[in-house]
Design a protein around this ligand. Sequence first.
Ligand SMILES: NC(=O)c1ccc[n+]([C@@H]2O[C@H](COP(=O)([O-])OP(=O)(O)OC[C@H]3O[C@@H](n4cnc5c(N)ncnc54)[C@H](OP(=O)(O)O)[C@@H]3O)[C@@H](O)[C@H]2O)c1
Length: 225
Amino acid sequence: MFLREIEKPYVILSAAMTIDGKIASRAGDPEISDEKDWKEVHKLRTQVDAIMVGKGTILKDDPKLHIKFYKHKGYYRIVADSNLDIPINSKVIQFQPETYPTIICTTENVNENKIKEFKTKNVKIIQAGKEKRVNLIKAMTQLYKLGIKSILLEGGGTLNWSFIECQLIDEVRLTIAPWIIGGKNAISLVEGEGFEKMVQGPRFRLEEVRKRDNYVILRYKNQRL
Ligand SMILES: NC(=O)c1ccc[n+]([C@@H]2O[C@H](COP(=O)([O-])OP(=O)(O)OC[C@H]3O[C@@H](n4cnc5c(N)ncnc54)[C@H](OP(=O)(O)O)[C@@H]3O)[C@@H](O)[C@H]2O)c1
């Protein structure tokens, strides 16, 4: 499968992970980045049209997905949530919606009353596909039509896998933090079923390697670009 030949946003997968590839501890502790890394990530956020996360990240971390270190006009926050399960009082909905409007990508099976409830909070709902989970290819096409030309995908591991599986990742930006946390139940950078053979996975070209304190920052581009 090749990188999607559809009109879609440019997608940058961004994450901080431990040396052993975990993006949270087995208990869900996500504190991997240091302040300097957060500043870099927030800088990256200033350069895109939207930040996207999965339902799991909202339920576990309840992030605001805002910008702390720079003045900025804002961007969209996008959540993949097949059945509109996230609490309506999640920070991603309540915190500064005028600066960071929120879009939730759901399936077409979602309950109409739930949609109405979220719309009262000015949340935009995009319905993509009738499968169990959000059809990301359809969602990307709709987001592109809304004028979203670039997305910073900030996890978690389950959503990252679906983007990889659908060949939707253009760039990867990783911070490797200097410790090892272990745990087969600790979330890895990419979860899901995985490919059977190496040749099936998308290949990336190393564009940048940087060392800062004991952290390593890596940037890759999809080889097909
Ligand atoms: N270190 C970092 O940089 C970083 C960044 C982000 C998150 N994290 C960590 O990652 C963990 C959360 O990861 P997670 O894997 O549990 O959850 P996740 O990837 O954030 O969310 C996964 C959920 O999204 C929903 N979803 C909707 N459409 C989907 C699709 N097409 N493909 C995949 N998922 C889809 C699914 O639930 P429904 O089908 O029910 O909607 C799925 O269970 C947290 O512990 C968080 O701290 C770390």
